[in-house]
Design a protein around this ligand. Structure first.
Ligand SMILES: Cc1ncc(COP(=O)(O)O)c(C=O)c1O
Length: 423
């Protein structure tokens, strides 16, 4: 957005490092021109948002139970009965044998935990290893914190262990390993590639990190499982957190945004206790508790079975939308285009022949915007590292918010744009 920035010496160092999110302009475009079909937005399906379920939960909390405390401030750590529910869910899903509600934190979306953990651990110049490509919003958080972000390549089974070991050895040689504070992984239906981290990879990468780093003291792992509930195909893969038996090294983050309602914005984390204590102090200063009312609503949805039912319905919905998008890809796109077939989540990651540029200044993006269809240029999801050239031939498209009709129309337009550029 055009604005007159304040003088550099007036704003903080952090504010100086904080640039406009790379896709803010992309997200604004459909609002400026409603004819545009956005396959770029990572929003959830609008039609299936749980309006009736939330209305019933609110009625039960306020009218039936007359629970005024739901409208009072809550605590920094979050509504205890919801923390109990989250502990039970995580135990059932095998995140740990006995997950204490005292080790659970509730936040305004899991984004807030990413932010708080970063605030607690990262000084300017500290190192964070991320999957490459990775979640661009978190890259912004890291950039603002002054972190040095190093990417580790991924494939359709998640991060490549050999590449991780190479990067770590490089840090050892360059005396940077003691500054490695975080390894950030999205282990389920990664944003943007849609890939899950295979179990054997989780075992191997933890082994590598344990061998080389002081895990749980100077280096922590974030396992971001924001999309975990949205598996519509294939068998479950246990959490990486399951390998952190003493809850010392892995911060597991999860969310009710994708599986229920991002408008309620309730996220959770299962954190090593010492780290949790620091995070709670930070959160005490920041907001001394996220929305208590929203936490009551989510808990009500869980204990009445509405949440589980909703998740089942969503899986069928997204599976159908993914299938439709893949069908359209086969029908409208040149056969050279490759895609990772996601077994859950909201995204398709497509690769065009090498040399073809999907970037915002490239011909494909121009053609696509002329045809009024948007995608996320893959280059925005790779971290910038001096001297390392990143692929420029990928794009992220989402079947989350877009309607079925617009999937067909949007994919036809985008396929035509790709064909034109290839010709
Ligand atoms: C990988 C990933 N992590 C975390 C989040 C944050 O979600 P929320 O803060 O709504 O829980 C998102 C949102 O899109 C995401 O894609």
């Amino acid at each position: 957005m055009d604005f007159n920035p304040l003088p550099k010496d007036v704003i903080s160092a952090k504010a100086r490092r904080t640039t406009e999110p790379p896709i803010a302009w992309l997200m604004r475009m459909p609002f400026d021109d409603p004819q545009i079909i956005s396959l770029a937005a990572g929003f959830v399906d609008q039609e299936s948002l749980p309006a009736e379920e939330v209305a019933e939960c609110v009625h039960e909390i306020l009218a039936v139970e007359k629970n005024r405390s739901a409208l009072q401030y809550g605590t920094s750590q979050g509504f205890f009965p919801l923390r109990q529910e989250v502990s039970r869910i995580l135990e059932r899903q095998g995140a740990g044998k006995s997950v204490s509600p005292d080790e659970i934190l509730l936040t305004a979306g899991s984004q807030q935990i990413l932010h708080l953990v970063t605030d607690v651990l990262i000084n300017e110049g500290d190192i964070v290893l991320v999957e490459d490509p990775t979640y661009f919003v978190y890259m912004g958080t890291l950039q603002a914190a002054g972190a040095r972000v190093i990417g580790v390549p991924v494939d359709d089974e998640g991060i490549l262990p050999e590449a991780l070991e190479d990067k770590i050895r490089f840090l050892e040689r360059s005396a940077g390993l003691e500054n490695l504070k975080l390894v950030y992984l999205m282990t389920y239906f990664q944003n943007p590639t849609g890939a899950c981290t295979a179990w054997h990879r989780k075992e191997r990468l933890l082994e590598i990190l344990r061998n080389h780093c002081d895990l749980g003291r100077t280096t922590f792992i974030i396992e971001d499982a924001a999309y975990k509930e949205l598996r519509f195909e294939g068998g479950e893969i246990p959490y990486l957190k399951a390998l952190d038996r003493d809850n010392s090294s892995v911060v597991l983050t999860g969310s009710f945004s994708k599986s229920f309602s991002p408008g309620l914005r309730v996220g959770f984390g299962y954190l090593p206790r010492p780290l949790l204590e620091h995070v709670l102090r930070q959160k005490g200063n920041e907001d001394f508790g996220s929305s208590n009312f929203c936490q009551h609503i989510v808990r009500q949805a869980i204990i009445t079975g509405r949440y589980a039912k909703h998740v089942e319905m969503l899986k069928a919905k997204y599976r159908a939308k993914r299938d439709l998008m893949l069908e359209c890809l086969a029908r409208y796109f040149p056969h050279e285009v490759e895609v990772i077939r996601p077994l859950g989540g909201l995204y398709l990651w497509a690769s065009l022949p090498r040399g073809l540029n999907t970037g915002a200044r490239g011909q494909l993006f121009r053609e696509a915007t002329q045809k009024k269809v948007l995608y996320v240029p893959g280059e925005l999801c790779y971290c910038e590292e001096p001297g390392i050239e990143k692929p420029t031939n990928n794009l992220r498209i989402s079947f989350g918010m877009v309607t079925e009709d617009n999937i067909v129309e949007g994919m036809a337009r985008l396929g035509e744009a790709v064909s034109q550029v290839l010709r």
